[in-house]
Ligand binder design. Sequence first.
Ligand SMILES: Cc1cc2nc3c(=O)[nH]c(=O)nc-3n(C[C@H](O)[C@H](O)[C@H](O)COP(=O)(O)O)c2cc1C
Length: 338
Amino acid sequence: MQDVTDLPFMRVAAHYGAPDYFFTEFFRVHSQSRPEKHILRSITENKTGRPVFAQLIGEHIPDMIRTVKELLNYPIAGIDLNMGCPAPKIYKKNVGGGLLRDPAKVDELIGAMRDATPGLFTVKMRIGFETTKNYDPILALIDKHSVDLLSVHGRTVKEGYRSEVHYDFIGHAARAVRCPVLGNGNISSADKAAAVVAETGAAGVMIGRHAIRNPWIFRQIREKFSGQAVTPITFSEVREYIERLYRETQQPGVPEAAHVAKMKKYLNFVGQSVDPDSAFLHDMRRAMTEAELFAVCDRHLLTEPAQHFSTEPYAGVIARPNCETPLRGCSLDTITAC
Ligand SMILES: Cc1cc2nc3c(=O)[nH]c(=O)nc-3n(C[C@H](O)[C@H](O)[C@H](O)COP(=O)(O)O)c2cc1C
């Protein structure tokens, strides 16, 4: 996820039980583009032990192929095409989710990327742009071009991030295409992952925001799928996670206030499982220094008696309304990233 699941976050996620595969933030492809160095680091310095797919967003075929060829020189699991990003500034350029309006273009682009990728070539898509009228034609193209894995976020582009997720459409894809399908959208817990896999027949799930809220989710899903009890997470473990995230994401030369601001973008998600009244979020958003931030964490998380972190986010606790330090692209209402 843009600006979030970078190399430091991958390290942290790996510490708590990594996913089977990572997907990079998207490499933006245009006539002047070169693969962004900070995203390349999540490939070249990936020591998580889990493979990483390089995700591209773009539409100009020669530039896309040039970038695919360049990325193939790096130790990637495969190439992934983004056909889901709903940010207007992205889809207006007919890239990301904008491609879903044009099956003929998708045919050309996927065909060319497939031909250029000797290894795994995967696609991430939504179920449509404004309607789902192009869903079946695009699923047919997934088969036509022998895509190796399809991740489906069960919303249209226009539905953004907060509507119901149409899991029935994910099930439809799982039945329609030959390759494995990953179900994506609000996979908030191990129980939800199991329910969605059972309902849709998907081969697995892709997790986005809930991995920030609860980086133990991958381990918990493995526990659930292997018939074990899901290990609950204590508040003191959450306190330790926040500390780890703080240290891993710290960069030399970045002022303390800026780093505290960056932490808030992660903590907006974590706070959804701390208390139903948003008291942690309220206090956290007012912290300006490291000491203030950790004092808030201590007050809310080092409680006696010890409490458990909620597996699911509390209803009505929204990730970041009124946050004074907005994460680019992370407002669930005014999302500008993918
Ligand atoms: C801040 C943010 C950045 C995102 N960046 C990407 C991205 O670079 N590539 C991508 O395929 N999806 C991206 N997504 C979408 C997620 O991968 C996922 O499809 C969506 O959030 C729904 O799943 P979730 O409920 O598990 O988060 C992003 C989402 C958010 C909130």
